[in-house]
Design a binder for this molecule. Structure first.
Ligand SMILES: [Zn+2]
Length: 355
């Protein structure tokens, strides 16, 4: 069995819903020791470093935590069975396939006498935020100068991701009997004004990170069928781009809230859009290896954000459609091809930065 598949199967068989990654960390560290590496464990994160000189280093990182198994699973989420060229189990695709491929790529590069510097890290809490890359990326990990974040995007060369704002718009009103609405002030009736303002067309500034978007994802308001609503709250998800960034989005949200004298309650606005320059060595190396002319973007928010101080890409084996789905799996061939892709990109990048 290929090293990457052996490791992947062991990782899948050990439950690691966010917060419970310790078993996976121990498995990973044991594999590292078995290959003559010296793993460092910090909390629910594990990494190893191979440094031959003071030159640049590349980080390979992906996450070992998973979401919870939903009720629609028809298989044991932790059986790790290999059938018909597939390895089944929760997290096989998102993102233990990337973890295993990155580990095997580094081991093979070192065994083949590659002369570069590399840091490889399997981290926790990607799905929830907290004690993973958020905590270790700039403080605890050994120095690195470029980063490949493994997520199942079928090895698209994703050089950026959009920013994220989560907020509420709380619309005020005044109670009254529904038969005499002129004595009250209906908060729900003000919602169309707010949504019309939110959907203003200037939001759709096109650029290479797709476009900025706003979605009202939940609505809550009113108290009783015959009472004028004295409040209505909209839950809103905003995605931002370099052309329409978080500052512009917040101004846009305030203007929409003002349409109803409403209050804007920002729950999270720290995730700015991330973009690695297209002409950086890492993007050029990955595009050459993958044979593509145009880089892509990652559609949601991943640990790329925490390594934005260096040129970084999101790339990994597997398909995004299988993530967070029942009966998750990854193809064996996707993982082993992923090992080769990571090795080739690392070699290509190293040639560019060390020449
Ligand atoms: Zn993921």
């Amino acid at each position: 069995m290929h090293l990457s598949i052996d490791l992947l199967q062991q990782l899948v068989r050990s439950e690691s819903v966010s917060g419970n990654e310790a078993g996976n960390v121990e498995i990973y560290a044991e594999f590292a020791r078995r290959h003559g590496l010296e793993p460092v464990v910090d909390g629910r994160n594990v990494w190893f470093e191979r440094r031959v000189n003071d030159g640049p280093a590349i980080l390979l990182n992906s996450h070992i935590d998973t979401v919870k198994a939903g009720p629609t699973w028809t298989r044991d989420p932790w059986d790790g069975a290999i059938e018909d060229g597939r390895l089944h189990g929760l997290g096989a695709n998102d993102a233990k396939g990337s973890v295993a491929a990155q580990f095997a790529a580094a081991v093979e590069l070192i065994a083949q006498g590659w002369d570069g510097n590399i840091v490889v890290c399997a981290s926790c809490d990607e799905e929830t935020g907290g004690e993973g890359m958020e905590r270790i990326a700039t403080t605890l990990l050994p120095r690195y100068d470029a980063a490949l974040i493994g997520e199942p995007n079928n090895f698209l060369v994703a050089r950026g991701q959009r920013g994220l704002i989560k907020c509420w718009i709380n619309i005020p009103g005044r109670r009254g009997h529904a038969s005499r609405p002129w004595q009250g002030d209906n908060a729900i009736h003000k919602v169309p004004r707010v949504i019309t303002a939110l959907e203003a067309p200037h939001l759709n500034v096109p650029n290479h990170l797709d476009k900025a978007t706003v979605q009202v994802t939940m609505i809550e308001g009113g108290t009783q069928s015959n009472v004028v609503a004295d409040h209505c709250s909209l839950t809103i998800d905003c995605r931002t781009t370099p052309a329409f960034d978080n500052t512009q989005m917040i101004a846009h949200l305030r203007a929409a809230a003002n349409q109803a004298d409403a209050d804007l309650d920002l729950r999270s606005a720290r995730f700015e859009p991330v973009e690695t320059p297209a002409d950086s060595h890492l993007v050029q190396a990955a595009m050459q290896v993958m044979g593509v002319d145009e880089p892509a973007t990652f559609p949601s928010v991943c640990d790329l954000f925490w390594v934005r101080h260096v040129p970084a890409l999101v790339m990994g084996p597997g398909q995004p459609i299988r993530s967070h789905q029942a009966d998750e799996f990854i193809l064996i061939d996707e993982v082993t091809e992923g090992v080769e892709n990571y090795k080739s990109i690392v070699r290509n990048w190293w040639q560019r930065v060390s020449s």
